[in-house]
Design a protein around this ligand. Structure first.
Ligand SMILES: [Zn+2]
Length: 123
């Protein structure tokens, strides 16, 4: 799960192109993490949905002892960059990663200006 702080200002300060579609975002996430298919995922899917409050994305961390479909829900209406960063974050959860303390990591629990993910800046 990831929440947003100062979404508008963070989004408006970036003008670089980002992937145009959720599918492109999944590709960007796979490239960023250097792993195309999380081992526990029998399938991968990302869909738009309406999430509560400032939550931008949601996914279940796959059970490491099982193989199951991996699905994430991404809030509608995000800028391309923010949407891409959110997909990269949730994909990290698919890979079993928890939240990071560094604001430069896409696994920081609040997305903002600090996250450094080149794949989300230049598709
Ligand atoms: Zn999270």
């Amino acid at each position: 799960m990831i929440a947003a702080a100062a979404i508008a200002s963070a989004a408006l300060s970036f003008t670089s192109p980002a992937p145009a579609t959720l599918h492109g975002d999944l590709d960007a996430a796979a490239a960023y993490w250097g792993q195309s298919v999380p081992a526990q995922c029998s399938s991968e899917a990302a869909a738009f949905g309406k999430l509560p409050g400032l939550v931008l994305g949601q996914t279940k961390i796959p059970d490491p002892t099982a193989t199951e479909p991996c699905e994430m829900v991404i809030e509608r209406g995000l800028t391309k960059r923010l949407r891409c960063l959110t997909v990269v974050h949730e994909y990290g959860h698919w890979l079993g990663l928890g939240h990071a303390k560094s604001k430069r990591s896409p696994m920081y629990p609040v997305i903002g200006d600090g996250a450094v993910v080149p794949e989300c800046e230049h598709p």
